[in-house]
Design a protein around this ligand. Sequence first.
Ligand code: F6R
Length: 602
Amino acid sequence: MCGIVGYIGNRDAKDILLQGLEKLEYRGYDSAGIFVIDENKRSYLFKEQGRIAALRKVVDSTAAAASGIGHTRWATHGVPSIENAHPHQSANGRFTLVHNGVIENYQELKQTYLANTHLTSDTDTEIIVQLIAHLVEKNTVSTLEAFKETAALLRGSYALALIDKEQPEIIYAAKNKSPLLVGKGDGFNVICSDAMAMIQETNQFIELTDGEIVTLSRDTITIENQLNEVIEREAYTAEINLNDLDKGTYPYYMAKEMDEQPAVIRKIIQAYQNDEGVFELDKTILAKLIASDRIYIVACGTSYNAGWVGKQLLEKLTHIPTEVHLSSEFGHNMPLLTKKPFFIFLSQSGETADSRQVLVKVNEMGHPSLTLTNVAGSTLSREAEFTLLLHAGPEIAVASTKAYTAQIAVLAILAEVAGKETGLVVQDSIGHDLGIVASGMESILSEKHQIEQMAADYLSISRNAFYIGRGVDYYVAMEASLKLKEVSYVQTEGFAAGELKHGTIALIEEGTPVIAVITDEGIAGHTRGNVQEVQARGANTMVFSMEGLEQLGDQFILPKVNPLLTPLVSVVPTQLLAYYTSLQRGNDVDKPRNLAKSVTVE
Ligand code: F6R
């Protein structure tokens, strides 16, 4: 989704901005642009549709300037085009602005203040920069005052960076709901929507909170709140290893990240075990969790799918009823809550706007909340009462793989430790069992060529497909289908195996691929029956079954693991199947069309 970078210092800003934007490419975008200005007020604006590589081609190599702002755009208002790409400029050319987020009242602002202004784009962003220019011209206020006044008029989400041509030595920034960080350097300062973008420049970042306004020069950072009070805030050190951002010898990030899963599981075990090899979590989290009468897991997409596995783990090991909800639904249509709810937010990025709006409401209601996230210091981590980190390392491919398995592993640890507190769990086993899972994942990954062949045989030219399963295998079917559709564009449904015959079986025709996941002994026979039903109607079936439950003709045998942890292994061949199908169809597997990594609009 949209990304912002800004630099003010003494080096060539355009190179730093372009590099920064390249680091944000993984978030998904459809156009990009940069604006740079030198101390003599000579300025340059470059925008292009498509990839940063295309933007690089239109950037004039002689455009040397030591400050600037840049942006990757994921279209919300107006199609992807050069006109709609950021940065946007005021009609008088004095102000240049980039924006992440969505301005809900932009039509209203346009009518009230800008009826006579000629607009050149369809974006809500252009309204902001024109409004700043309008306030400066009409009210003869300073740029900072106009910026503050404009920010106060905006309804919605925004991270903003502004340059006034009359003050090339300053960048103004503001934020509300959308993420924005200030990076501190020696003789320079930066801004960015994600620390990853500027980690090659500095690892010292200052978090901003909603409503704050920043004035940045190469040597100073001034943060003001809405009451115009100056805020002093220490920088934190972003723990991002530059090597983690590199694909290494892998052709794609998704391939690398799938392969990293066994190591991530081992890292999680280490991170949460004490010196005696016993899992240890913050006692306050545990006390609040076990005092609750219901756990509400709130998340989107892949994290939501991981939430269903978490429900199973928490209910089995703690006996606390657990519900799983889509963030985008929950916030606007909240179910009747129990008296003592405990909220768990699952979010790889920690920045998902849909989940954040629920967290804001949960905080207002005063309920305890825990975020499981991969990004320390992310918005959902800062704003929840507690955080547990996933320790998965940066996930760059848009399609989430290692974060899904990391979420389940951390939820398993949480469930076991909470279960011990309640007295339900008497013997530790998850640590040992996760170790077996890691080895099982390795053995599946070593057979990836087999899955590559299956993708060619079953899915490379198919129009649609189904994943089916029961119980926890159904939860994996949901994630497997999301993965396949998002990277291969094969229309895929993840279905409760027994439910197919109640309507959806009408879609099965000669050759329809149906993949069954079977890991649960108690219901294996039933799922096998459903496989027969679709086979009888012409489906091209594939069965992924767990060792001990396999039958002759099954396509892939999964290594045996603790029945509570089977999704951690059964999901791996489905990730590989999605990956190879995508490649065989000639898609960009790391950057599927229309998708963004960090979804920062609701
Ligand atoms: C799919 C995928 C998305 C995310 C979803 C939530 O592969 O990555 O479905 O899971 O957008 O994102 P987070 O977990 O960052 O809140």
